[in-house]
Design a protein around this ligand. Structure first.
Ligand code: NAD
Length: 260
């Protein structure tokens, strides 16, 4: 039922966003990709997805930290794809520091990219979805949208905000055929986490394997990373017809982390 729908996935040049974009393309969705990276690599990715799945794939590198650029980005997606049926707010960054040493610029960047970009994209997408009487918004929050860890104040605040935004917007559009949900992954091994493994190994003077088991996955009961494909499959499910009554929820996919 997703064949022919159009989807915007922010931050889809890497990691979870790329996995979701790929999974939606496999279902027959046309795509607007977004995110940073090497221009030639991104073009290869764009053309590769289009050829593999026979769908239209556009790319725009709009900076999700810049609210004023987002309306134009969303208009380009709607014009190029014939509206935006599915919006996946995935772009995100991390920065770890004690709160009393947290650089203001990093705080601002995390709020803008991890939270405010979701607001701007949703604001731009909803009128078209309302007109069609159908829409899906999937916000990629985090287990850190439900619980906290020390030294991640900006990230935890932004992700809790994204969960709140999810609930509020879901209520506003509940009668319009539009669902709004958050996915809250535990640790998924993407470049965002690889960087943390590297940093923690230096700080704790541990090997990468030790950091993975004793630091990163210490709170994740399965002691295994969540796979990108698992998060992507959940996003596809939320976009499907079987999930039409699921709205306003935050679904943890975290190996049991938030069950503690
Ligand atoms: P990643 O670093 O692999 O990918 C992040 C993507 O966002 C990239 O495409 C990057 O280019 C893009 N991006 C970063 N800043 C941007 C900006 N200003 N404008 C536009 N695009 C920008 O990271 P990931 O692990 O795949 O993370 C994706 C999302 O999942 C994030 O919101 C993250 O908080 C969330 N998440 C990740 C994990 C995890 O363990 N990896 C767990 C829970 C939640």
């Amino acid at each position: 039922m997703l064949k022919g729908k159009s989807a915007v996935v922010t931050g889809s040049t890497s990691g979870i966003g790329l996995g979701i974009a790929r999974a939606l393309a496999k279902e027959g969705c046309n795509l607007m990709l977004n995110g940073f990276g090497d221009a030639a690599e991104i073009e290869k990715l764009r053309a590769g997805l289009a050829a593999e799945f026979g769908v239209k794939v556009l790319y725009d590198g709009a900076d999700m930290s810049k609210g004023e650029a987002i309306a134009a980005f969303m208009k380009k997606a709607a014009d190029g794809l014939g509206g935006v049926d599915i919006l996946v707010n995935n772009a995100g960054i991390q920065f770890v520091s004690p709160v009393d040493e947290f650089p203001e610029a990093k705080w601002e960047a995390i709020q803008n990219i991890n939270l405010s970009s979701s607001f701007h994209c949703i604001k731009a997408a909803l009128p078209g979805m309302k007109k069609k009487g159908w829409g899906r918004v999937v916000n990629i929050a985090s287990a850190h949208g439900l619980i906290a860890s020390p030294f991640k104040s900006a990230y935890v605040a932004a992700k809790h905000g994204q969960v709140g935004l999810t609930k509020s917007v879901a209520l506003e559009v509940a009668e319009a055929g539009i669902t709004v949900n958050a996915i809250c992954p535990g640790y998924v091994r993407t470049p965002l986490v690889e960087n943390q493994i590297e940093d923690q190994a230096k700080v704790h003077k541990m090997s990468h394997e030790q950091v993975i088991r004793e630091v990163i996955l210490a709170a994740q009961p399965t002691k295994k990373f969540v796979e990108v494909d698992e998060v992507a499959a959940l996003a596809v499910f939320l976009c499907g017809d079987a999930a039409k009554s699921i709205t306003g929820t935050s679904i943890a996919i975290d190996g049991g982390w938030t069950a503690r």
